[in-house]
Write a protein that binds this ligand. Structure first.
Ligand SMILES: [Zn+2]
Length: 185
C-alpha cells in the first residue's frame, strides 16, 4: 500500500514537472563555444530565457494557444503542440522537460533570427536584440524553437504565413509578455 502511495506521488510530481529553458553558446559559424563573447547580449538572453520558461509553463499561454487556428501543424492538434514544446523533445533527443536553445549572436542574419543550419543553431541578429525589449527576444526564441521541433513556414510573406505554428506561437508569446500577462513570480 505504501509503495502504491509513493508511485502515485511520484507520478503526480512528474506530471507537474516544470519545463526549463537552457541555452548553449555558439559562434556565428555555428560552432559551439564556451561563452558568448558579448556579455550584454548574454545578459539579455538570460533574462529572455527566464521569461520564456515562465511563459511556456503558464496556463494563460496554454489557454490562449488552444483557441487559435493554426496551419502546418505536422499532424498535431494545438494541445499536442504545447505538450511537445513543454516536453523539450528536440529532434533526436529524449523528452526531458528542458528546452535546449543553441544560440549564436551575429549580424549576418538578414531577419530577426533564423534557424537554418542542420545543427539547429538559432542565429539571432544582434541588431534585433539591441533594438527590442527582452520580451521580444523571448518570443523570437520560441518562434525559432518551433523550427527546431520541425514546424515550418514559407520564406515569402505569404498570406497564410501568420497562421503557421512558429508565427502563431511567437506572436502570442510577444503579445502576452508585452502585455505583462505572464511575469516571473
Ligand atoms: Zn521562422
Amino acid at each position: 500500500m505504501k509503495l502504491l502511495t509513493l508511485i502515485l506521488i511520484l507520478t503526480a510530481s512528474l506530471c507537474m514537472a516544470q519545463t526549463k529553458v537552457q541555452t548553449q553558446p555558439f559562434d556565428s559559424l555555428g560552432n559551439q563555444t564556451n561563452n558568448f563573447d558579448d556579455q550584454q547580449f548574454a545578459g539579455k538572453l538570460d533574462s529572455a530565457t527566464v521569461l520564456l520558461a515562465t511563459l511556456v509553463n503558464s496556463k494563460e499561454f496554454e489557454e490562449a494557444f488552444l483557441k487559435v487556428k493554426c496551419l502546418r501543424k505536422n499532424g498535431k492538434n494545438n494541445k499536442e503542440i504545447i505538450a511537445l514544446i513543454r516536453s523539450g523533445q528536440e529532434e533526436g533527443t529524449q523528452a526531458d522537460n528542458v528546452i535546449n536553445l543553441k544560440v549564436a549572436f551575429d549580424y549576418t542574419a538578414n531577419e530577426e533570427a533564423s534557424t537554418t543550419d542542420k545543427k539547429n543553431v538559432i542565429h539571432i541578429n544582434k541588431r534585433y536584440v539591441s533594438d527590442n525589449g527582452v520580451e521580444y527576444l523571448a518570443a523570437q526564441l520560441l518562434h525559432e524553437y518551433c523550427h527546431v521541433l520541425g514546424f515550418c513556414h514559407s520564406k515569402r510573406k505569404a498570406r497564410f504565413r501568420p497562421y503557421t505554428v512558429p508565427y502563431r506561437i511567437g506572436t502570442l508569446a510577444a503579445t502576452q509578455l508585452h502585455a505583462s500577462c505572464v511575469r516571473p513570480n
